[in-house]
Design a protein around this ligand. Sequence first.
Ligand code: ITT
Length: 193
Amino acid sequence: MKIVFATNNAHKLSEVQAVLGDAFTLLTPRDCGVEEDIPEEQQTLEGNASQKSHYLHGRTGLDCFADDTGLEVEALGGAPGVHSARYATDGHDFAANNRLLLKNLEGAENRRARFRTVISLILGGEEHLFEGVVEGRIIDREAGHEGFGYDPLFIPDGYAKTFAEMTTDEKNAVSHRARAVRKLAEFLRSIEK
Ligand code: ITT
């Protein structure tokens, strides 16, 4: 099955392709002639995922899905949350975001955090939402070079290493995104029958 993934994030693309396997061919916005940034201006993950999938569907008329993800830190009242990409700066500056997160958690005893992914799928003009969550904690210095974003600071519950110290397959065994994508895949397989 061919489906468009409304993302400009190459890390997300490879994680999602690894979960979906060969039965699904993912097309990027660029593959469909969409070169511009896809807008995400809402105040919730659900709103942003929905805005991105609707935008791409509007531009191409194709079935597509989008992922919006946030890191929700308990001691910071759920921040950076929907603002995860632009926590420290206007751009996607992962290093600056991680520095700011560590600064804001200095001295905090409660390091609990969760990643939450919301996927919006537009299929035959109708929208379907899927969610994936992983609970864990934020450590006090970066560890590992795999993955992206906040991965060097996040250890999922039941593990002794960060997402950035894991292979893609190890991260996909427990991650927020993989959990949401497995729900998406199950839904797509069920309607193909
Ligand atoms: P698209 O909107 O093009 O899909 P994006 O990078 O803008 O890509 P999001 O708005 O969903 O995606 O992501 C917000 C930020 O959250 C992202 O820039 C990373 O800093 C962080 N993030 C998302 N998923 C992550 C993951 O699996 N591990 C670590 N950080 C992640």
